[in-house]
Ligand binder design. Structure first.
Ligand code: DGY
Length: 339
């Protein structure tokens, strides 16, 4: 079946040919054509369209049957109205969908596809990386090598927190939270978690203990949110919650930046309410280089790259394409965000 799809991000070769073979006419800004394929630096550096640019293209190119997008393009009422009434699906190359106005989609009967599962392992790997790097003070240690303050071996210099045998608190035991637990079992950690519902099968499999949120904050050496951004999780981590944590606690966030109040995190790290943080996500993104958090040696920040392995990103594209094609053909989506 032939259909028109607005694609807001340059497509890797396989994803593009899969779409084209299924009958898609790809609506793309002309600058994407000049980028080459995924092996070129220009392609890798291109972020894709934000809402305003996507809207401008839609106004020229409407109607479209599908929108294929990423988390930097907000899919709001205006975009949906402009795309036209035949729009069947919004497919995002991300597990998170807080950039999509779900109610606006669902009241119009538009399906929403996303990419859970294929990125869980890579994201869990990054959560462990940040626990180890923030706990063992890797950025500070590297800086000491660079600036010549290394000096003679000193018994108590650059000592940090062990991850092995630590009590780790996982807030939200979804797909990623469970893989983090699986990894940490091998580190002999004492694993506690909080969630809106208990998962007794996972408790058995990974040796997890269910606790309430406050209990988790008080007991954990490492606190790891693996939760979606929802009205009730926005700024869940704030000065009040940081004050409940141990002074030696390490906060590691690979979920969504706005689940944490950045100003409060700065205060908590600066005043020693908690010991360190490792963040893959911030609020806003990108975090401006002048942000006060970047002046703190005990705050390690990487630029939202938890799922950034080549295999994972290509798998995400593949799943997002399959979601699009299924919706167009009236078939169940491999991964639908359900009302
Ligand atoms: C997602 O998929 O939502 C991540 O934040 C980026 O991989």
């Amino acid at each position: 079946m032939s259909f028109r799809v607005l694609v807001t991000v340059p497509l890797p070769t396989k994803a593009r040919s899969l779409l084209e073979r299924s009958g898609a006419e790809i609506v793309y800004p002309s600058r994407f054509h000049a980028l080459g394929d995924e092996n070129s630096a220009a392609f890798v550096l291109e972020a894709g369209l934000k809402t305003e640019e996507a809207l401008a293209i839609l106004k020229r190119e409407k109607p479209v049957d599908a929108i294929f997008t990423t988390l930097i393009c907000k899919i709001n009422k205006e975009i949906l109205d402009t795309a036209g009434p035949q729009l069947k699906v919004v497919s995002t190359v991300s597990v998170g969908y807080d950039h999509i106005s779900l109610d606006e989609c669902w009241t119009r009967g538009i399906l929403v596809g996303h990419t859970p599962g294929v990125l869980s392992d890579s994201t869990a790997d990054m959560a462990i990386t940040l626990c180890l790097a923030a706990g063992r003070r890797i950025p500070e240690a590297r800086q000491a090598v660079l600036d010549g303050s290394w000096g003679d071996w000193r018994p108590l210099w650059m000592c940090g927190m062990d991850l092995h045998h630590a009590t780790v608190g996982i807030v939200g035991l979804g797909r990623i939270g469970q893989i983090v637990a699986k990894r940490l079992k091998a580190f002999d950690c004492n694993l506690i978690y909080s969630d809106v519902i208990r998962n007794e099968a996972a408790e058995k499999e990974f040796g997890l203990h269910y606790v309430d949120f406050d209990d988790l904050l008080q007991r954990a050496d490492f606190v790891l949110p693996h939760i979606p951004l929802l009205p009730e999780t926005r700024k869940l981590f704030n000065l009040k919650t940081f004050k409940k944590m141990k002074k030696s606690a390490i906060f590691v966030n690979t979920s969504r930046g706005p689940v944490c109040d950045m100003d409060d995190l700065y205060t908590a790290l600066k005043t020693g309410e908690i010991a360190a943080a490792g963040l893959d996500v911030t609020d806003p993104e990108p975090l401006p280089p002048s942000h006060p958090l970047l002046t703190l040696p005990n705050c390690l920040i990487v630029p939202h790259v938890a799922s950034a392995s080549i295999r994972t990103r290509l798998d995400m594209f593949d799943l997002a394409v399959r979601n699009t094609i299924a919706a167009i053909n009236g078939k169940p989506l491999p991964s639908e965000v359900k009302p």
